[in-house]
Design a protein around this ligand. Structure first.
Ligand code: FE
Length: 423
């Protein structure tokens, strides 16, 4: 048993923050035992005293494209489809060069670590060898991810033809088998969107995901033109979501995360809820590519599962404090332009921690039995002018904070240090 002493802040529910000043978080075998004001009389374990620092649950990034990392910030004058056609292919092609890819992946994993994104859902490329190398590298970091080869048998933009359904499944199953029992680096069946995969392939992926008890990820209703093209390609379906649902890759027995979900119909929202599909809300990507504003309040009211995603590189930042405030601002924009009431600071913080964390299991909160996955924050630089309450400090961290205030990162109670030396 060990204990961390400090100011403990977390959101067990969307409704409010828990603020526990100057308290002890007791950890047993990497999991939270309890939070107390005083140590038990018979406590004999190690105590780490963080003084006036703040301890929060570590973040989960539910959606990012690792091989687009060199593209961050470029091409945002375009909308999704031209952006993908002009920029994404060439950016991902850079990773065909092993030396370049290796350096880029190490930079990316350092950045993920800096920002306290101890759980990420990675959305890589079709090249199974590169995906395997990334997963092998991730294994060295002490952080957790879902990652899977992108399976596309009819890519919309690629100059080269897609892989056959058979080839695609063979390579995906090889990788899925390799990581089937890994505690932190896990496989997720992945396809670009319903524009890149045939129904035959989607059904094969759904079957394998169910048999191997592995999840599935893709994109849904990100951009209006994309939705139109999906419905032209799959003219037997009334909605984009129906394409996935009829292929058994839309929740129910296959845990699923769908990125964006901006232009959903009421029928798709009903399916998201009923099938328990997770929504990765990628607010900055939605702004950067002028895709739209997701109806977050509607989803929360309906009880749809939501977490936050950076969507690197259609989104420009991995700073989760920034993504939280972007989420709040988008909801305020939605409200003043006729939508439902905006989300609160605690609701958005919940989505970045427990909301997205649920996709991985019990992480993102400090309730009993949750993994002791935590970030320690030194916000002294934000409070030089005056003393503030813990609640005010937390608000300022969300609006002014970045990776520089994160002093320690812990995964299941063990400190995670910078994964790779900086060049
Ligand atoms: Fe994406």
């Amino acid at each position: 048993m060990k204990a961390w002493k400090g100011n403990i802040v977390y959101t067990p529910t969307k409704e409010k923050f828990e603020y526990l000043e100057n308290s002890y978080l007791l950890i047993e075998q990497g999991r939270v035992k309890e939070i107390r004001k005083e140590l038990p009389m018979d406590f004999s374990g190690e105590v780490v005293d963080f003084g006036d620092k703040i301890i929060i649950p570590a973040f989960t990034d539910l959606h990012m494209h690792p091989f687009q990392f060199p593209l961050v910030g470029n091409g945002y004058d375009k909308e999704l489809l031209p952006w993908c056609r002009i920029y994404c292919g060439p950016a991902e092609d850079l990773s065909e060069d092993k030396t370049f890819a290796d350096r880029m992946e190490r930079d990316l994993l350092n950045k993920i670590w800096e920002n306290g994104l101890l759980h990420t859902v990675m959305f890589p490329t079709m090249n199974g060898t590169r995906v395997e190398e990334l997963m092998d590298l991730y294994e060295q970091t002490g952080m957790a991810c879902y990652c899977g080869k992108c399976q596309d048998d009819m890519p919309l933009f690629d100059a080269t033809p897609g892989e056959s359904c058979e080839e695609s499944m063979k390579e995906a199953l090889r990788l899925a088998g390799k990581y089937q029992h890994h505690p932190r680096v896990k496989y997720i069946f992945t396809t670009g969107w319903a524009l890149d995969a045939s129904k035959e392939l989607l059904k094969e992926m759904g079957k394998a995901a169910k048999e191997m008890d592995m999840p599935f990820q893709s994109h849904l209703d990100e951009n209006r033109t994309e939705v139109k093209w999906v419905l032209q390609r799959h003219s037997d379906c009334k909605t984009y979501g129906e394409v996935y649902d009829t292929c058994d890759v839309f929740g129910k027995e296959v845990k699923t995360v769908m990125a964006h979900c901006i232009h959903t119909t009421p029928e798709e929202q009903r399916l998201l809820k009923e099938n328990q599909v997770y929504v990765a809300h990628c607010v900055y990507s939605n702004f950067d590519l002028a895709s739209g504003v997701m109806p977050l309040r509607t989803y929360l009211e309906q009880g749809i599962k939501v977490g936050l995603g950076s969507d690197i590189s259609a989104g420009h930042t991995m700073n989760m404090f920034d993504i939280i405030r972007g989420t709040i601002e988008a909801s305020k924009f939605y409200y003043v332009t006729g939508g439902k009431k905006p989300v609160t600071t605690n609701e958005a913080f919940y989505l970045a921690t427990k909301g997205g964390g649920e996709f991985f299991g019990q992480t993102g909160s400090f309730e009993e039995n949750y993994a002791a996955d935590a970030l320690v924050l030194d916000d002294g630089s934000l409070n030089k002018d005056m003393k503030r309450s813990l609640a005010q400090r937390m608000e300022r961290i969300i609006y002014l904070g970045d990776e520089r205030i994160i002093t320690q990162r812990y995964f299941e109670g063990e400190e995670v240090t910078q994964p790779f030396a900086k060049e």
